[in-house]
Design a protein around this ligand. Structure first.
Ligand code: ZN
Length: 151
């Protein structure tokens, strides 16, 4: 979606979005890191494909979830409003990312020159980051699913 079109939709329909109830607004609802943005559901970028007036009449909900930048970006095309659905999708994304990256043993890393070594170490950090995020999301899902439904 073009930035100008996005701004138009944001201005026109931004007020429809309401904060989801019962959440800690300082942390990303998905991974628990600091909240930086609000995750719009349905994504603003998808509004051009929706008859918004009809959707409102049909009772469609427009929800804001507190989010970190990375979780928000990776959910940019996810339409489902269900928090558990969004979390399990996100956990899969992070786990797949970590799986696809090459893992090196310390021995292999030691054999590399300094430039290659720093590239590999950066990658290893990313793998750890992705795995850590996935784990956090999965444990937060357990917490939420163990909690009785609020209305
Ligand atoms: Zn996050």
């Amino acid at each position: 979606m073009k930035a100008s079109l996005r701004r138009y939709y944001e201005k026109r329909y931004g007020k429809l979005y309401k904060r989801a109830d019962g959440l800690d607004w300082d942390v990303c609802v998905y991974c628990g890191e600091k909240r930086v943005v609000f995750d719009h559901v349905p994504p603003i970028s998808k509004l051009e494909y929706i008859d918004v007036q009809k959707a409102i009449k049909n009772g469609m909900k427009f929800i804001l979830y507190p989010s970190c930048v990375e979780c928000n970006a990776r959910l940019s095309s996810r339409m489902s409003i269900d928090l558990i659905d969004r979390m399990s999708y996100l956990a899969d994304v992070y786990l797949n990312k970590a799986d696809k990256m090459e893992r090196w043993t310390q021995e292999e890393i030691n054999e590399m020159g300094p430039n290659m070594k720093s590239i590999i170490l950066k990658d290893q950090n990313r793998i750890n980051e992705f795995s850590r995020k996935a784990e956090k999301i999965l444990s937060r899902m357990d917490e939420i699913e163990g909690r009785p439904e609020s209305d």
